[in-house]
Write a protein that binds this ligand. Structure first.
Ligand SMILES: [Zn+2]
Length: 479
């Protein structure tokens, strides 16, 4: 299987696609905020210390002074020790908002793929998400051996089960960056930026790097350069880095086409069957539908074949759409345990390609397959989608007939309250047809007259007071 990463960087958006045999299997989309300074490390100068709110203003060379709360200082540092004019190393933890400048901490850190290093604190803590005590011990030992004890370490969840050599290469790089910051911090004059976050696209690629990726095709010079450096420091990886200004492969592999269908509820299978994916707040439901054939009469082998095909597609879609949390799958009913197991086995097998951990728990009494998938980042639907404005995301709208009844209700109310005998009702085509064919929907015995007119906008009801209203193209209904 040929694995490649395609990268499309533009000023407003980064997209990174992981392709297997030219097919998009993972897609990461991030809007870029060019001005983001979170994560940047500066040498700053203390401008003002305000005892009352336990905060200091630090000049780091931005338009507004940065904010340092006493609570954001390293353990052991005393707020009362801060002196005006003093130079300190700070890292931005929050964007500026309103009148406020950025918020900074003195507990600076360097984040890499497998760990976060803190030069001014101590101790190793392994991510709580790594459960196995054997694995926790292995990682703790590995980091202890490779990082001096006066540096604090958080071992990230991504280390779980990873090869020692790959982790060590990552540690070496993180330490180099850390030394660089300390060195620059010591010899630079405030205010000065000494370390900025790596390009967003680069971080996404670094975190999805695998040893079997053959090529990375990038359309951005800066990301290209970062990746070339990365490959120099990480001999475990062999990917060829290709600069492609015109994103030719992006179009050749048709990533945009994969993107176009990524929010579809219904996904067709080759057999003519289909799956329907529905997300709710608590879980995602996936329904397998036979499409034309009658599952009661169809040969059971065919039903198993469709379910197996669906299982493969579900694994693919879950990964592509980055659906996480609880997932409930309703396969087409199968009687035999042997068949059920075969479908579950196929689902588990197909999910193995996915780097993000998932767990297929089995079949419930009602025949539903339960699975979970670890949440690492928001699903793609949250990044590129929004609730439908017509139905407010419910997937349901009031029917035209219901709207016709609503118009009738409103008329009845107005007939009681207003001393007017004629009304013009403008309605969209579908409602016009309903009211024209079945005027019994409208209130009876009122002695009023309505003129029905077709319009393209939403419906409106207007009393006719003047005589010169244009009544052409209307239908007159005496009630
Ligand atoms: Zn809708």
């Amino acid at each position: 299987m040929k694995k490649e990463i395609l990268v499309d960087v533009t000023r407003k958006r980064n997209r990174v696609a992981l392709c297997e045999n030219k097919e998009v299997v993972e897609l990461h989309i991030e809007k870029t905020n060019n001005k983001s300074v979170v994560g940047n490390i500066y040498v700053g100068r203390v401008e003002n210390v305000i005892e009352g709110i336990k905060a200091a203003f630090i000049d780091i060379g931005l338009d507004k002074n940065a904010f340092l709360y006493s609570g954001d200082m390293c353990e052991g540092e005393k707020f009362s020790d801060l002196k005006k004019g003093e130079e300190i190393l700070v890292q931005v933890i929050k964007e500026p908002s309103g009148e406020k400048g950025v918020r900074v901490t003195t507990n600076i850190s360097i984040q890499s793929r497998y760990c976060v290093l803190f030069p001014f604190s101590k101790g190793i803590s392994v991510s709580r998400k790594i459960r196995s005590s054997e694995e926790r011990n292995r990682l703790e030992r590995l980091f202890k051996e490779n990082i001096s004890e006066n540096i604090g370490v958080i071992v990230r969840t991504s280390s779980d089960g990873e090869d020692e050599n790959i982790i060590c290469e990552d540690i070496i790089c993180a330490k180099q960056r850390l030394n660089n910051v300390i060195e620059k911090g010591r010899f630079s004059k405030a205010p000065l930026l000494i370390e900025s976050e790596e390009p967003l696209a680069y971080r996404v690629i670094r975190d999805m790097m695998q040893t079997d990726i053959e090529r990375i095709i990038v359309n951005d010079k800066q990301v290209y350069k970062s990746l070339v450096d990365f490959m120099k420091n990480h001999s475990s990886y062999n990917a060829e880095i290709v600069f492609d200004d015109e994103s030719k492969l992006w179009y050749e592999y048709d990533v945009s086409d994969a993107e176009k269908h990524i929010l579809d509820r219904k996904v067709m299978l080759k057999s003519g069957a289909y799956i329907v994916i529905d997300r709710t707040e608590a879980l995602t439901c996936i329904d397998v539908n036979s499409g034309g054939f009658d599952d009661k009469k169809t040969d059971k082998n065919m039903i198993v074949a469709v379910n197996v095909e669906a299982a493969r597609e579900i694994a693919k879609q879950v990964r592509l759409r980055n659906i996480s949390g609880i997932i409930i799958i309703d396969f087409i009913d199968m009687k035999s345990d042997y068949d059920k197991n075969e479908v579950i086995r196929e689902l588990r097998e197909s999910l193995k390609k996915d780097k993000i951990e998932s767990d297929v728990l089995g079949i419930t009494k009602l025949g539903l397959v339960e699975m979970t998938r670890k949440k690492t980042s928001p699903p793609i639907s949250e990044i590129i989608g929004e609730d439908c404005k017509k139905c407010n995301g419910s997937g349901n709208m009031f029917s035209d007939e219901y709207t016709a009844f609503k118009i009738s209700d409103e008329l009845r109310k107005r007939f009681c309250n207003e001393n007017i005998n004629e009304y013009m009702i403008s309605v969209p085509h579908n409602i016009f047809t309903i009211l024209k064919n079945d005027s019994d929907i409208l209130p009876e015995n009122s002695g009023k007259t309505v003129y029905l007119k077709e319009c393209t906008a939403e419906y409106s009801i207007n009393p006719i007071i003047q005589q010169n209203v244009d009544l052409s193209d209307t239908i007159k209904i005496e009630l």
